[in-house]
Design a protein around this ligand. Sequence first.
Ligand code: IMP
Length: 184
Amino acid sequence: MTFDDQEYLQRYPFIERILISSDEIQLRVRQLGNEISRAYEGSTPIFVCILKGAYPFLADLTRCVSVDHEVDFMAVSSYGGGTQSSGVVKIEKDLKANITDRDIILVEDIIDTGLTIANLMEVLQTRNPRSIRVAALLDKRAARIKDVPLHYAGFEIPKEFVIGYGLDYDEKYRNLPFIGIMKA
Ligand code: IMP
């Protein structure tokens, strides 16, 4: 845990504990960046950041990638009502890039049920990219409803609600440099 992590804990007493410290995140992100750099040698992939939660991960990850690449952004929302994501995605903000024949790396904060990413991949496949891979900082595998390919996963976490490093509670706490669990 860094001094920063400790300071945030004091400022936000509703955080029960830090699940993954900022040091651990930065180390793992660097490893993923190296892995991606080796895999995409000779290609210029497009990193597609799924807004809003993936923005810190995208920023840190791409700074650890040594191959030329582009970034683009997408925002999606699930619709269908109910408390659980239906997985039917509505595109709120689409890509600028033409992804035909391009290597795409979808960058997500967390894969939970897997419904959002599965549906998003289906939508993007119709645009005929050369390849699509998925990078997610967190993998809440125990919550999975739809089996999805996860090529670059940061950490597997238990089925608990987490905040920080892009993940929000009621649109807040995305700025925390660590992954934390809130008090019940
Ligand atoms: P999925 O379709 O269930 O995989 O939904 C993934 C999305 O749900 C993520 O991109 C997050 O925005 C949100 N999400 C899932 N689990 C959490 C959590 O523990 N904290 C905050 N947001 C979460």
